[in-house]
Design a protein around this ligand. Structure first.
Ligand code: UDP
Length: 321
């Protein structure tokens, strides 16, 4: 029997947050979703928004928060697509730093356990491959990605300082590239861009020569990893990588999307954005040993429902979000 809890999900109307809210509700918990709806949308919540155990609170995590009593806090509040987080980099830094402080203060007040959605971006342009958690990273301090990378690094620091100073029960997940149904068609990240472009018969926009690599984790696998991290007592001592270690070049991804969609779109090669990491792959040994978690869904298998989802969005059968 799972203990029924009151759980706050900051960023709960986003791609991952909304799926997490749905999972927590299905386990019988009470869920409060806090979101400023900047990149998130109530469309993502439509299958459970009317449930009595669910509450939507439109607020900015970087502003003073209302008094709440909760048992668990998940902090997923921050735009995650480079296109979105770079559109207002100062707001991105504020969301990460002030958001972490506000939620950690709330955790102190109510004695809640709190999980930070950190990122593989803390490793920057990694000089160690694959990336284990004890690798300290190679992040540009002044580049266009720094607002996100350094914001997330500062949030991790705050989590460990609150843990040492106030005894807060913390968890830190370093999330690698994640995809799946529910992404915005205009999200700007590579999986949604390629699938939407292929379905529309438009050229697939490869930045650079497409030799850079990423490791893509399906949404459902990732959410199970977050739940395991939150509820595993031994997980407090260290940040834990959550991602799929299957590594693909961007060009390989484009070719797989063309194969699975049957699209005749061509490949367009565009300039590589500044500071775009050359390679990225999680070492998930810790997640496997401490959480007993590993992803189950291969890229090919996860792309199929993702393609069906975007196809339905484009033909007006599902609501694009
Ligand atoms: N990318 C691409 N075409 C696109 C979008 C992204 O080639 O239309 C590349 C991007 O330059 C990066 C990789 O795909 O090398 C992953 O980009 P994304 O924005 O999905 O996530 P990131 O890992 O960079 O945060």
């Amino acid at each position: 029997m799972v203990e029924k809890m009151r759980i706050l999900v900051a960023g709960g109307a986003g791609f991952l947050g909304s799926h997490l809210c749905g999972r927590l509700l299905s386990e019988g918990h009470e869920v409060i979703c806090l979101d400023n709806l900047h990149t998130g949308s109530t469309q993502n919540l439509r299958s459970f928004i009317d449930q009595p155990r669910f509450q939507m609170m439109q607020a900015d995590v970087g502003e003073p928060l209302p008094g709440l009593r909760v048992d668990r806090i998940y902090n997923l509040a921050c735009p995650a697509s480079p296109q979105h987080y770079q559109s207002d980099p100062i707001a991105t830094m504020k969301t990460n730093v002030f958001g972490a402080i506000n939620l950690l203060d709330l955790a102190v007040k109510c004695g809640a356990r709190i999980l930070q959605a950190s990122t593989s971006e803390v490793y920057g342009e990694p000089l160690v491959h694959p990336q284990p958690e004890d690798y300290r990273g190679n992040v540009s301090i002044t580049g266009i990605r720094a607002c996100y990378d350094e914001g997330k690094r500062a949030a991790e620091t705050l989590f460990y300082d609150y843990h040492r100073m106030h005894g807060v029960d913390i968890r830190v997940a370093r999330i690698f590239n994640t995809y799946g149904p529910g992404m915005r068609a205009d999200d700007g990240r590579v999986v949604s861009n390629f699938v939407v472009q292929a379905l529309k018969g438009e050229p697939l926009t490869i930045y650079g020569d497409g030799s850079q690599t990423r490791s893509f984790c399906y949404r459902d696998d990732l959410v199970l990893g977050l739940l395991a991290l939150m509820e595993t007592p031994e997980a407090e001592a260290t940040p834990i990588n959550l991602g799929n270690p299957g590594e693909f070049t961007v060009r390989e991804l484009a070719e797989l999307v063309l194969e699975l969609t049957g699209s005749a779109s061509r490949l367009d090669f565009l300039p590589l954005p500044q500071d775009d990491p050359t390679q990225r792959r999680p070492d998930i040994s810790l997640a496997q040993s401490v959480l007993k978690w590993q992803p189950r869904i291969a890229l090919r298998d996860g792309l199929l429902p993702t393609i069906r989802y975007f196809d339905a969005c484009l033909s007006g059968l599902a609501q694009p979000v």
